[in-house]
Design a protein around this ligand. Sequence first.
Ligand SMILES: [Zn+2]
Ligand SMILES: [Zn+2]
Ligand SMILES: [Zn+2]
Length: 299
Amino acid sequence: MTPTRQGSFHLFRLAGIDLYLHWSWFLVAAYQVTSRNGEYTSPVWNAVEYLTLFVIVMMHEFGHALACRQVGGQADLIVLWPLGGVAYVSPPPRPGALLWSIAAGPLVNVLLVPVLSGLIALAKAGGSPDVIECVRAVWFINVFLLVFNLLPIYPLDGGQILRSLLWFVCGRTRSLLVASVLGLVGAVGLLGVAVWSESVWLGILTVFIALGCWRGLRSAQALALVLRLPRHTGFACPVCHAAPPQGPLWQCGKCRQPFDTFITGAVCPHCAEQFPATGCTDCGQLSSSSAWLIAPPKL
Ligand SMILES: [Zn+2]
Ligand SMILES: [Zn+2]
Ligand SMILES: [Zn+2]
């Protein structure tokens, strides 16, 4: 349901991350620029304001993507659309890695607050009323984006931060379950606000939030199924000491095929790629593949 490469324009590639702009962004841009008059002496300033919003959202998404890469995750695609941006990030399944990948987005908005405050002071010192009004509007947009994104409603950034914090306490599966259920409750609240304020924008966004919570519930369910699988004997996670589940639960980083790494000895049976480290399905920690082997009892 979120925008993909299809129907999007490739804008540029930075640090190995491709930035796409969805066609619907132009529709909303045209509407925003032409429908709002009165704040500025010329609609050019409406366009400047909207383009600056675009840059802020883009920087926020690059924050997510670069942080995700920093912790060893995959992130090579950002799509911007009228509801904001989507950075397709998949951090390694560790609570700390998820926390940093998510927190880095809002952190960009936090860092922009003093920068924009400084620009307001500069504009007041020598800019035209249009410049002052525009910088002020951008300041408020940035703070609004920050506060809205930090609402603890999954899958908004705040909800995902809550999820990664819960992960430290109650594990990968239960944290996702709790965050998704709380997210659905939050979505009902947001829907109420959308109806009360007659905001179509918030209504549409709420539908996407509810769909995200639904997907979260489904993957928590899938994770819970893994927990019930039979376990390999002779192996244990060096970190949490759990025996690994049996089944094709590890995905080859090269050919993307699933396989059971404890049957093949950490080698992909499809492309023969060897994996020096193996991820734990229970705690999410990566450990050296050889460290999983339990030494046979000495006689
Ligand atoms: Zn974000
Ligand atoms: Zn473990
Ligand atoms: Zn492979």
